[in-house]
Design a protein around this ligand. Structure first.
Ligand SMILES: *[C@@H]1O[C@H](CO)[C@@H](O)[C@H](O)[C@H]1NC(C)=O
Ligand SMILES: [Zn+2]
Ligand SMILES: [Zn+2]
Length: 190
């Protein structure tokens, strides 16, 4: 493999740093197409930390930003967040480290079906939601139908640079003043 492959390293590094980061890229991937700095969202080393309000429950995700980022207006998400919509993303389990204690609220598909409002947990086949027993923030969850990934509530990252959602669901429940979702460049689900 020619070292010239590393010619595409991002600008802004001094030569020495570029050489070190090129080496790391090389170690991770024998045929890198480009080298990225850890702050780049495509980097395997890119790190984000989601925390509850008191901080004892936290989730560290390491790796590229996730594919699935969704916004949901369903009544269940509204009640769970105490807000008028919720935004969450799913990360492959291997990218996720969970620390701290949580209380689990498990909602099976059967239970979700019986709620008096349509909701995404019924649609998604049940799930387990983990919230901080001290401050109450729901930080992470797992959908029963998608146990290879951990869902994280985006608000817990407190990072306005987090990429925007790619899906918007249950828009019938949307508070019209809250978001003009119809004009967002997202896939609109019923
Ligand atoms: C994450 O939680 C653990 C356990 O409560 C705590 O020891 C650690 O300091 C927390 N990390 C951050 C970055 O807040
Ligand atoms: Zn807490
Ligand atoms: Zn929902």
């Amino acid at each position: 493999m020619a070292l010239a492959t590393f010619g595409t390293c991002f600008a802004g590094f001094g030569c020495g740093v570029a050489a070190i980061s090129a080496q790391r890229c090389w170690q991770r991937n024998p045929q890198p197409t480009r080298c990225v700095s850890p702050s780049d969202p495509h980097s395997q080393n890119h790190q984000r930390i989601a925390k509850c309000n008191c901080g004892q429950l936290n989730v560290t995700v390491t790796g590229p930003d996730p594919e699935r980022i969704s916004l949901c207006h369903c009544n269940l998400c509204q009640k769970q967040s105490g807000n008028v919509f919720a935004v969450q993303a799913r990360f492959p389990k291997e990218q996720v480290k969970i620390e701290g204690t949580s209380t689990v609220w498990k909602l099976t598909k059967d239970e979700a079906d019986k709620l008096e409002y349509r909701n995404c947990v019924s649609l998604g086949g049940g799930g387990s939601f983990h919230f901080c027993p001290r401050c109450g923030s729901t930080v992470w969850y797992m959908a029963d139908a998608d146990t290879a990934r951990i869902g994280v509530k985006i608000g817990c990252f407190t990072d306005p640079a987090f990429p925007p959602p790619k899906l918007s669901g249950f828009e019938d429940y949307c508070h019209p003043w809250a978001l003009e979702t119809a004009s967002l460049a997202v896939q609109h689900l019923k």
